[in-house]
Ligand binder design. Structure first.
Ligand code: SF4
Ligand code: MSK
Length: 648
């Protein structure tokens, strides 16, 4: 395979060439081996929900049009789709639950290695949960908040507190009318599994309805809890510089990569990795020091808060091992390829699994427990140091790195957009209203070998910012943007349309704002709620000139995220179609009619330029509806004009 046809990223291209020469298999090779992929699976019309099956529907109409139980294509595809939502919502929400347990331990235990780092945010979040904050001690408030959020997972009565505390009132009315206000986080996921069991629901719209309720329990529930409590425990991010791509690895140092999604262990590894005793130990072994880097969303968690470099996104995890300099990779949960187990067997890299939920054949398991966090972190670092001497074979580190700024959040975004003029969302709203910024787009999600690695993210983002759309990004998409230099403030002058460039240059922000990991897509939701609350752009998220996209999605979490964007009123474009195209009525509903119910809808488009065009068209449509698309005489700005420019 031609590396340039696999990836847009120079470091990845170099490593793929190296892999082919060394005869080492990667995800791209395994993808080729899977071709042609199952057509029934792609169209979503195969079912193995009971042992009368597996059943499949003939998409051409000549063969069976129902499974043995009578389930049609629409029923089968809807059941499969909402089970994907359940998988994604479960992954995010279980992450949120783990953070909530750590939070409770930090509050209750004197010996705990964690402490509350952001008291201001604690008070803000507690107030949202209806907890009295005035005149109370931090510990009391935190104790009440821990109990309140943990109760949200298994709540038996009522609806989620956060689903009433964060979204705009108009949005809540939409959910209430449709009957999709989330009740409890676990319940919605369990109910999907029940409703999709043989012989329960067959009405595709009613199945999707439960998918909507579960994804909302994720976005405005489990994911939101993960984000809010992580900020309280590990500190609310602030804009911070970071380096990205495989070139951040250093042949002369002990290299440790943390990979997966959760910040609990990785944050402690950051804290102890430069302890003099450990650094001395590394030097005694002949290394110059200890170099910590991240991969996927664990990377994002520690880069947002500590500026730790990110070695790469999803499809680069195997390539990092192939550099020959990764002495240890510690993984927690999600997006960790099982292939790493056998791959590490061919290199000197120690693969360490740390979560009881994720054991991988070929990896050593060192179980992480919050009450022994520092001890476990030191143990892992020492294994990496010991392994430094075991390096063997060729070292191949691409000399490719890029710098950028990350660390934007719902709480700090407005300080930066307001610059020195005003610390509120007003400047953002005003710049959207006056048309300098046409709107905003959330470009998020994974990599997928079906698309040229990173090409979809970068091409779409460049097209959006060229057309004055501010982009916020998370997860592997954000890593792709960073590697391309789109998170440098200078990117504004190079890539943006005149209006967006003026705003970015005036306030000193990049045109692509890194807002965090996959669970931090909740930051996009809460930012949108704040934009609505600021006023002047309608009453609901569905009124805003915004759109969402996942140009290279692959995980079930991306389906849940896309669905909660849609359910929150956001037009959302993905490249690889959802596996529903074999079900005509369901496809029509998801990509069209659902807009009448929730104000958002899905669209599928593999070409990132065309997809960006669809998003821009939607943004302009919303601007028209808001009455803010007033024709203005175009003015060319000279330096004098720019100096006098106000962003208010
Ligand atoms: Fe076939 Fe129905 Fe069983 Fe699915 S649930 S495998 S369609 S019989
Ligand atoms: S890590 S879910 S590949 S974004 Fe969050 Fe990346 Fe997608 Fe995993």
């Amino acid at each position: 395979m031609e590396p340039k046809k696999c990836s847009n990223d120079k470091a990845t291209q170099e490593m793929l060439k190296h892999a082919y020469e060394a005869g080492v298999e990667t995800a791209w090779d395994r993808f080729a081996q899977q071709e042609p992929q199952c057509g029934f699976g792609k169209l979503g019309i195969c079912c193995r929900n009971c042992s009368m099956g597996p059943c499949r529907i003939d998409p051409f109409g000549d063969g069976p049009q129902a499974g043995i139980c009578g389930a049609t294509a629409d029923t089968i595809a809807a059941r499969n789709l909402v089970r994907m939502v359940a998988g994604g919502a479960a992954a995010h929400s279980d992450h949120g639950r783990d953070i909530a347990h750590t939070f409770k331990m930090a509050v209750e235990s004197e010996q705990c290695d964690y402490m509350i780092k952001d008291e201001l945010k604690l008070r803000e979040v507690a107030a949202r949960y209806g907890i009295k904050v005035e005149g109370r001690e931090t510990k009391e408030i935190a104790g009440d908040l821990a109990d309140a959020v943990l109760a949200e997972f298994g709540k038996q009565e009522g609806t989620l507190i956060s689903a009433a505390a964060y979204p705009p009132p108009a949005r809540q009315k939409v959910w209430k009318k449709l009957g999709v206000t989330p009740r409890s986080i676990d319940r919605e996921i369990v109910e999907i599994m029940h409703r999709t069991h043989i012989g329960v629901g067959s009405d595709y719209k009613n199945l999707v309805k439960q998918g909507l309720r579960a994804c909302l329990a994720d976005g405005w529930g489990g994911s939101l809890i993960a984000t809010e409590l992580s900020d309280i425990l590990f500190g609310g991010p602030q804009p911070i510089q970071f380096g990205s791509n495989l070139g951040v690895l250093d042949a002369k140092q002990v290299n440790i990569i943390v990979h997966g999604h959760e910040p609990t262990l990785s944050d402690i590894i950051v804290a102890v990795s430069q302890e003099p005793e450990l650094v001395k130990m590394a030097k005694d072994k002949g290394a110059e020091g200890i170099n910590l880097a991240g991969m996927c969303c664990t990377a994002t968690e520690i880069l947002m808060r500590h500026g730790i470099p990110v070695a790469g996104n999803f499809l680069q995890q195997e390539l990092a091992i192939m550099t020959g300099v990764v002495d240890l990779m510690a993984v927690d949960v999600q997006c960790i390829m099982p292939a790493l187990g056998s791959l590490c067997g061919c290199f000197h890299t120690k693969l360490i699994t740390t979560s009881p939920k994720c054991k991988i054949a070929g990896a050593e398991h060192i179980e992480f427990h919050e009450d022994r966090a520092v001890e476990t972190a030191r143990q892992i670092i020492k294994i990496a140091i010991e392994n430094f001497a075991n390096r063997k074979g060729k070292v191949q580190i691409p000399k490719v790195t890029e710098r950028g700024i990350a660390g934007f959040t719902t709480e700090n975004i407005f300080y930066h957009l307001g610059g020195r003029f005003r610390a509120s969302y007003r400047p953002l709203n005003d710049n959207i209203i006056n048309g300098r910024i046409r709107g905003a787009a959330g470009v998020v999600g994974c990599n997928n070998p079906k698309q040229v690695h990173d090409y979809g993210h970068i091409t779409m983002i460049k097209e959006l910012i060229k057309n004055d759309v501010l982009v916020v990004s998370t997860g592997c998409s954000a890593i792709a943007a960073a590697k391309e230099g789109l998170m440098r403030p200078e990117a504004a002058a190079k890539y943006c349309g005149q209006g967006l460039a003026e705003v970015c240059e005036t306030v000193g922000i990049p045109p692509v704002l890194h807002v965090g990991s996959c669970v931090d897509n909740s930051r996009i939701l809460t930012t949108l709620a704040n934009v609505v609350a600021e006023g002047g752009l309608g009453e609901d998220i569905s009124d805003l000139p915004v759109a969402g996209a996942a140009p290279e999605w692959m995980s079930e979490k991306a389906v849940s995220i896309g669905m909660y964007f849609v359910a929150s009123g956001v037009y959302t474009v993905v490249a690889e179609p959802l596996p529903i195209l074999g079900a005509p009525n369901l496809t029509r509903y998801i990509t069209d009619e659902i807009e009448k119910d929730v104000g958002g809808k899905w669209a599928f488009e593999r070409d990132p330029i065309k997809a960006a065009g669809m998003m821009l068209e939607h943004i302009e449509k919303k601007r028209d509806a808001l009455g803010i698309n007033v024709e203005k005489e175009r003015k060319l700005y000279d330096m004098e004009d720019r100096r006098t420019l106000s962003v208010e």
